[in-house]
Design a protein around this ligand. Structure first.
Ligand code: F6P
Length: 328
């Protein structure tokens, strides 16, 4: 597409926050200043776009944010933006500010919004993959995924200490919505006895047999990672079922929950977010619209948003094979 003249870019974060979002905003804003653009912060995602919660940014907004978790622009999931009336209000507000392009940092719902908006109003938009779930195609890793895995592993290490002291079996539930990426990485990285992910259905009998074998092998503690959104049920439901088969096990359940979303981004996420923030601005200036900037094999790649949000990124079979070998 032929590049339009862009002078003012609006940046927003939307959906579930992810560590590294601040680093991505900061990189996009710095790159914008580098190219003599005016940069605007749109607060609370699409909700702020509809309610005109938009501020012109200067360098003080982005000082000391790279290293902080969360998003200083705040985030929200906007039901109103799903309606044509909501999007019209949002468009009017952008027009009044003279904002002629958008950088949307978020997950699949947020990027879908950017795509729709581009289709309806022709506002050039680039998405950045900002979600701990890692469930977007067009990038090896999403911003926040690495930090979330590190946080989960650190938490599971602590659970391991107490599990070992008491010879207990723990079921630890991790986030990921309907994807098992965090579960698989955290499971391999914390020597889990088993990893249950939404992509596969593990019969309860198979899990029970595995735990019995490990018990015979005198493993003093066992940790089973359960991804939320799995077909076999929540960690608590699975624990209850297992207890019926293995009444002698002292079973506990821990849900890691939103702690996986917080904390300072890892070096990996800071670098990824910084590179993609710059790529977003440069992509817009080069006329790359309705695409997501991602990183594949350490190279920036622009993928049409409609392709990035299609659910075709799967947990690697090789990772599952390794996890299985290591937990036998
Ligand atoms: O998409 C990120 C995520 O943290 C998912 O892993 C989780 O299912 C969901 O958001 C939780 O959303 P909320 O913060 O709205 O409860």
């Amino acid at each position: 597409m032929e590049a339009k003249t862009i002078k003012k870019i609006g940046v927003l974060t939307s959906g579930g926050d992810a560590p590294g979002m601040n680093a991505a905003i900061r990189a996009a804003v710095r790159a914008g200043f580098y190219y003599n653009l005016e940069m605007y912060g749109i607060y609370r995602g699409y909700e702020g776009m509809i309610q005109n919660d938009i501020k012109k940014l200067d360098s003080k907004y982005i000082t000391h944010v790279l290293e902080r978790g969360g998003t200083f622009l705040k985030s929200a999931r906007s039901d109103e933006f799903r309606t044509p009336e909501g999007r019209k209000k949002a468009y009017e507000n952008l027009k009044n500010h003279g904002i002629d392009a958008l950088i949307v940092i978020g997950g699949d719902g947020s990027l879908t919004g950017a795509h729709l908006f581009f289709q309806e109003y022709g506002i050039p938009a680039i998405g950045l993959p900002g979600t701990i779930d890692n469930d977007l195609s067009g990038t090896d890793s999403t911003i926040g995924f690495d930090t979330a895995c590190n946080t989960a592993i650190e938490a599971i290490d602590k659970i391991r200490d107490t599990a070992t002291s008491h010879d207990r079996l723990f079921f630890v539930e991790v986030m990921g919505r309907d994807a098992g990426f965090i579960a698989v990485n955290a499971g391999i990285g914390s020597a889990a006895a088993a990893i249950l992910i939404p992509e596969n259905k593990t019969p309860i009998e198979t899990l029970v047999e595995k735990l019995k074998t490990r018990s015979k092998a005198m493993k003093t503690s066992n940790i089973v990672i359960v991804a939320e959104g799995g077909k076999s049920g929540s960690a608590q439901e699975i624990a209850d079922k297992v207890k019926k088969f293995l009444p002698y096990y002292d079973i506990k359940v821990t849900i890691l929950g939103h702690l996986q979303r917080g904390g300072a981004p890892t070096a990996f996420d800071r670098l990824l977010a910084s590179k993609l923030g710059v790529a977003a601005v440069e992509g817009l200036l080069q006329g790359k619209y309705d695409v997501m900037a991602g990183m594949i094999n350490n190279k920036v790649v622009f993928t049409p948003i409609v392709k990035a949000i299609v659910d075709d990124k799967h947990v690697d079979d090789e990772d599952l094979r390794v996890a299985n070998i290591l937990s036998t």
